[in-house]
Ligand binder design. Structure first.
Ligand code: IMP
Ligand code: MG
Length: 190
């Protein structure tokens, strides 16, 4: 795996520091909104599988409130493609989000289609509040408008892997965010 890495864009220490700060910020904002007397079951984190698994695992450990996790799976990069082919939800969104304080979590905001899809489906259930947290935000023109309240790092328009992000299903376990050597990438036409 390591021989396929071209350059480390964001190393594990910077990620850890930033994720901690994001968690503390989200916790402070939720506390302000819900208040210390909040009853259990009001906060739901929704990580978008599979890319958000590493990020959400670290992020929620900085949130000292009772919360639940409701996962949703979306696929947008089929196989060895480097370009999103449009987001499609796999399976169901968690139900019973009405009146809840929802935080949608994803690895990277790119075209915006994935987050726009999930955001709109969540909003249909009329949550009490909705926030979006992404580890990375790519500096590109969005195809769907999405405002993420919490952004870990803004990055240029490069294809990256690690800390949950994959290429063809691999490299999610890399602790840093990195680019791949060209020879590790086999692009497909479709
Ligand atoms: P969007 O729908 O174009 O915003 O793309 C978001 C999804 O595409 C993310 O959830 C990622 O899974 C995936 N994605 C976008 N950019 C990258 C990347 O550079 N590396 C790996 N996956 C990516
Ligand atoms: Mg993904």
């Amino acid at each position: 795996m390591l021989r396929d890495i071209d350059a480390i864009l964001i190393d594990r220490d910077r990620i850890a520091d930033r994720v901690r700060a994001m968690g503390e910020q989200i916790a402070a904002d939720l506390l302000r909104e819900i208040g210390p007397g909040a009853s259990a079951g009001q906060i739901v984190f929704i990580p978008i599988l599979t890319g958000a698994v590493v990020f959400v695992a670290d992020l929620i450990r900085h949130i000292p409130f009772k919360l639940s996790l409701g996962v949703v799976a979306v696929s947008s990069y089929p196989g060895r493609s480097l370009e999103s082919k449009g987001a499609a939800i796999r399976g169901d969104l968690p139900r019973d989000l009405a009146g809840k304080h929802v935080v949608i979590v994803d690895d990277v905001l790119d075209s915006g289609r994935t987050l726009a899809l999930i955001r709109d489906l969540v909003l249909e259930q009329q949550p009490a509040s909705l926030r979006i947290a992404v580890l990375l935000s790519k500096d590109v023109a969005r195809e769907a408008r999405v405002d993420a309240e919490y952004v870990g790092f803004s990055i240029p328009d490069a294809f990256v892997v690690g800390y949950g992000l994959d290429y063809d299903g691999y490299y999610r376990n890399l602790p840093d965010v990195a680019t791949l050597k060209p020879e590790a990438i086999e692009q497909t036409s479709g």
